[in-house]
Structures are given as C-alpha cells and as structure tokens.
Design a protein around this ligand. Structure first.
Ligand code: BEZ
Length: 236
C-alpha cells in the first residue's frame, strides 16, 4: 500500500527546482528555465476570489517594483483554472480598494494548475490542511535554479511581505559577501563571519584589534557590513 509519504514529493532546500511547463495569465512558461539568471519567488495560494489571497496579491503586485530591483521574478500558482485567474485579477484591478492600494494590476504570471501537477510536485498540497487547496507555500529559487529557502503558511494566515523581501536580500547578501546573518538581521546590521576552522584562526580572531570585528567567543564573530554595501546589490 502506498503511504502518504510515497505519494507526496517535497522538494527541499538545496534541491534543483523541479521543472515544469505551465499555462499562466502571462502566457506559457517553461519553469525555471525561463527565469535563468534571476531569483524567483514561486508561491501558491489556496484559491481565487478569497479574501486573504486577494490581500496578498494586492501586496505582491504593489511590491513588484521592489522585487524587480532585487532581480527577483514573482510567479504565483493556484489549482484554479486560467479563466478564474483572469476574472479574479480583473476584479482586483477594477473593484478592490484595500489599505490604500487600488487599481492594482497583477502583471506577474499566475499559473493555472487544475491538474494539481505542479502543486503536488512542489508539496504545496498538504492534506492535513486541505486536500483541494494549496497551502501558502513560498519557494525562493536562485539564478541557477536551486531552491534556497522554503516558507509555508496555512490557509488562514496571510504572508509577511517584509519577511519575504528580507529573505531575498539576506540570501543575496550572504552569497555576495560570504557571510551568515544573525537572528532578525536587517541591512546595516553586523553580519557573521565564517567560524574559525583552525586553532590558529580562532586565536587570531580572539586577539584581533580590528575595530570592525566583534568576537563574542572564538566561534562567534561578527563584522560590520554597511547598509550601502547591501543596497549596492540592487540592480536599479
Ligand atoms: C482566503 O484566502 O481568504 C482563504 C482561502 C482558503 C481558505 C481560507 C481563507
């Protein structure tokens, strides 16, 4: 007998993003190949014409320029069909005014997935939550097509968009400067230097007089990384 674990695949951090072809509100896509060289946020939502999803789409769309400045493409998905997607996005633009956002046009692709193929491949269907609707999954995929972060929210809780943006900035900063980032890191905060890999380096670190570096102990050292250096990673 097949167990639930055998039926449901769950890509993991570090895996290559599974490829698929799909129909979207912006035409056909070949994922992730069409976005090679960009960061991608692939996210699922439970259903069109629902309130939490509407608030999220308006927020994603209103932040699209900020994500583009981070070389990041948004790609949405739900298990609804194309015409439902089109009708919902038209309603959002024409009728919904919410928290100062109005006339919001969603120009990033929204995948139709009535077969649930993509949702199943990406582990977006989590039967304990719903067997018919995708959870609010967010996959952060790097320019080489590797999954770098995965965040899941349940049906009842809208995503935190500050955090989604912080994740992209954090991943790009960690890559560009070969550092790690401490709890609640924000651009301008100190960053963590790689842990000393030898007794010699551990000693050097503890005896260092470098004013830009702080060592709490031999294995936990931070250094300054000015906000301008993080902002410099933006493409525009
Ligand atoms: C919503 O987006 O409002 C929603 C969708 C599915 C279940 C519960 C809420």
């Amino acid at each position: 007998m097949e167990t639930q674990e055998q039926v449901l695949t769950m890509p993991r951090i570090g895996d290559k993003a599974p490829s698929f072809k799909a129909v979207t509100t912006q035409g056909d896509i070949n994922f992730p190949q069409d976005y090679a060289g960009k960061w991608v946020i692939l996210f699922s939502h439970p259903a069109d014409f629902t309130p939490v999803c509407t608030s999220e789409f308006m927020t994603f769309a209103s932040m699209q320029g900020e994500f583009e400045a981070l070389n990041t493409q948004l790609v949405g998905l739900s298990v609804d069909g194309l015409y439902s997607h089109i009708a919902w996005l038209r309603t959002i633009k024409e009728k919904i005014e919410y928290k100062g956002m109005k006339n919001v046009e969603v120009t990033f692709p929204l995948i139709e997935d009535i077969t649930m193929n993509v949702a199943k491949t990406y582990g977006m269907l989590q039967p304990g939550e719903s067997t018919t609707k995708a959870v609010r999954a967010v996959f952060f995929i790097d320019p080489k097509g590797i999954i770098r972060t995965i965040v899941y929210y349940p049906l009842s809780l809208g995503r935190n968009f500050d955090e989604l943006k912080r994740i992209i900035i954090g991943l790009q900063t960690a890559d560009a400067y070969s550092v790690a980032l401490p709890a609640d890191w924000r651009p301008g905060d100190d960053v963590i230097v790689p842990t000393a890999g030898s007794c010699g380096v551990a000693k050097e670190r503890m005896e260092s007089t470098d004013a830009d570096q702080t060592c709490y102990d031999w294995f936990f050292c931070t250094r300054k990384l000015p906000k301008e250096k993080v902002d410099a990673l933006r493409v525009k």
